[in-house]
Write a protein that binds this ligand. Structure first.
Ligand code: GLO
Ligand code: MG
Length: 347
């Protein structure tokens, strides 16, 4: 049964290990070398930022951007890989320091719209219909800096601009409550799905749920996933783990709370996630202390843990579980799950 799921990660998941308080601890790896690693690590698809696919795209004409993206599509095919999505990287340009879509300066908003349309062109050239929107700087450090009603309207405008750019493009919003901003405007799945309703084509706006982001918002990631699944809006996931409320850690899947990871796998599997081509995306980072040689194991480990938890979930005796639920015998159910996670499932 296992193998029904197909996995992706992004080139940023193989990282130099730099953090705000120290220098890089590993050598940089070029994009092409990273691409050559995907299959060996067990991955069939690539998540792209727009400028992962077309470096220096701000210096190119739109026609040149499409041409470069076309070359990347060939490179991908040569590696036997597919593109899962393209995400406009709107948080590294000096212009977007105080936000892109929600910037107070109309020229910055115009730049953000233009760049987002380019991301749509890149997605089409890479043969994917999915745009992921991680709204990094769309929030505030102080409440008075932006008007949240106006900001919401500006987010709708930005999404509409992408929906208009291509008739079949779909947008998966990746909610996150904080970091780098103190307060983000779309912190949860509920916010993302609610804003979809204000756009020109709600059917083409869904979510990318990241485990760590849900945890930072005080939510259970599997419940967030279940909520999005009920709306038929879970178009991708960023699985990882997070140790409490601190900076976004992007730890290996299951490394903090195995049961929380198990419940994410279980809700996805129970509701046939993946059957319509949805990928299992990871957004994990190597530990800062890892030496170069071990700096990709967080990816293969996360996939391995996903598949191991899938096996645990599928081996559970559902009739027994149903009986326990009917009896409200939650102690027995609790024990059963814990023993299963310990590899001691005797049912
Ligand atoms: C950061 C996000 C980031 C996005 C990626 C794709 O917190 O998780 O990694 O997922 O840039 O847009
Ligand atoms: Mg993410």
């Amino acid at each position: 049964m296992a193998g029904q799921f197909r996995f992706t990660f992004g080139p940023w998941n193989i990282h130099e290990g730099a953090d705000p308080f120290g220098p890089p601890v590993r050598e940089s790896i070029t994009f092409n070398v990273k691409l050559a690693m995907f299959k060996d690590l067990g991955f069939d698809g690539v998540q792209f930022h727009d400028d992962d696919a077309v470096p220096n795209l701000n210096d190119l004409t739109p026609a040149q951007v499409v041409n470069e993206a076309g070359k990347m599509a060939h490179t991908l095919r040569d590696h036997g890989l597919e593109a899962e999505f393209v995400a406009p990287r709107l948080w590294e340009d000096p212009r977007t320091i105080d936000g892109a879509y929600t910037a107070n300066d109309p020229k910055v908003r115009e730049y953000a719209h233009d760049r987002s349309r380019l991301s749509v062109d890149i997605a089409r050239a890479l043969d994917t219909d999915l745009i992921v929107l991680w709204l990094a700087r769309e929030g505030t450090y102080i409440r008075e800096a932006k008007d949240s009603k106006v900001a919401t309207e500006r987010l709708v405008e930005a999404i509409d601009c992408m929906l208009e750019a291509a008739p079949n493009i779909r947008i998966a919003i990746e909610p996150k409550p904080n970091e780098p901003m103190d307060h983000a405007f779309l912190p949860t799945t509920g916010h993302a799905l609610a804003i979809a309703a204000l756009t020109a084509d709600p059917d083409r706006v869904g979510v990318n749920i990241e485990s760590a982001h849900a945890i930072l918002a005080g939510m259970d990631p599997s419940d967030e996933m279940g909520f999005a699944l009920a709306f038929d809006k879970l178009w991708t996931v960023h699985l990882n783990d997070q140790n409490g409320l601190k900076f976004d850690q992007d730890k290996s899947f299951g490394s903090v709370d195995l049961r929380r990871a198990f419940n994410q796998v279980r809700i996805l599997d129970t509701h046939d996630y993946g059957k319509r081509g949805e990928w299992v995306g990871l957004d994990v980072k190597a530990m800062r202390t890892q030496k170069d040689e071990a700096a990709t194991l967080h990816l293969s480990n996360s996939r391995e843990i996903f598949l191991a938890l899938l096996e645990v979930s599928r081996n559970l005796n559902q009739d027994k579980i149903d009986e326990m639920i009917a009896e409200r015998d939650y102690e027995a159910l609790d024990r059963m799950i814990m023993l299963a996670l310990l590899g001691k499932n005797k049912e």
